[in-house]
Design a protein around this ligand. Structure first.
Ligand code: S3P
Length: 168
């Protein structure tokens, strides 16, 4: 198999699915958020607060470019906003087979209410923020992906089975 890439909204399960898939397929897993935090030696929230979103987006593109030359046969989960840049969507396609973990607004809200680690969802009305962002992003996630996996109400085992059945 080539690289398996997981994209989707915050809270869609990319990180957990990535980890569990890596056990199943016996491949290592890379998470772009974690790579960036390691390189920057600070959290995503700190990076957003100190440098702003555009700086973080540039770091995401740089991270993908670096992976491009260095990873083979791995699982890669990426930050929820990464596929919004056309350049990044092209890089994702070149990097491997892209799976979109697609979740309803209600599923995401149920998982992320009270979360303090996602700068884009802080403030009074996270539900509206999720709804607005999801509407804007869903077409880009579809465009960036080879396979869409609807995750609502499914166990991790079911999701992993579906992905495994479709891995090339
Ligand atoms: C973001 C998603 C986060 C992280 C950052 C921005 C986004 O990753 O990259 O907070 O724009 O959707 P997760 O999708 O892993 O939460």
């Amino acid at each position: 198999m080539g690289n398996v890439i997981l994209i989707g909204f915050m809270g869609s399960g990319k990180t957990t699915v990535g980890l569990r898939l890596s056990y199943r397929l016996r491949q290592s897993v890379i998470d772009t958020d974690k790579e960036i935090e390691k390189e920057e030696k600070r959290t995503i929230a700190d990076i957003f607060a100190a440098e702003g979103e555009e700086y973080f987006r540039a770091r995401e593109t740089a991270c993908l470019q670096k992976l491009q030359g260095s990873v083979r046969n791995q699982i890669i989960s990426v930050g929820g906003g990464l596929p919004m840049r056309a350049e990044n969507r092209k890089l994702l396609h070149q990097l491997g087979q892209v799976f979109y973990l697609r979740a309803d607004v209600e599923t995401i809200y149920g998982r992320l209410k009270g979360d303090t680690t996602r700068p884009l969802l802080q403030g009074d009305d996270p539900l509206t923020k999720i709804r607005v962002l999801m509407e804007e992003r869903d077409p880009f996630y579809k465009d960036a992906s080879d396979v869409v996996i609807q995750v609502d109400g499914k166990s991790f085992e079911q999701i992993l089975d579906e992905i495994e059945g479709k891995v090339r």
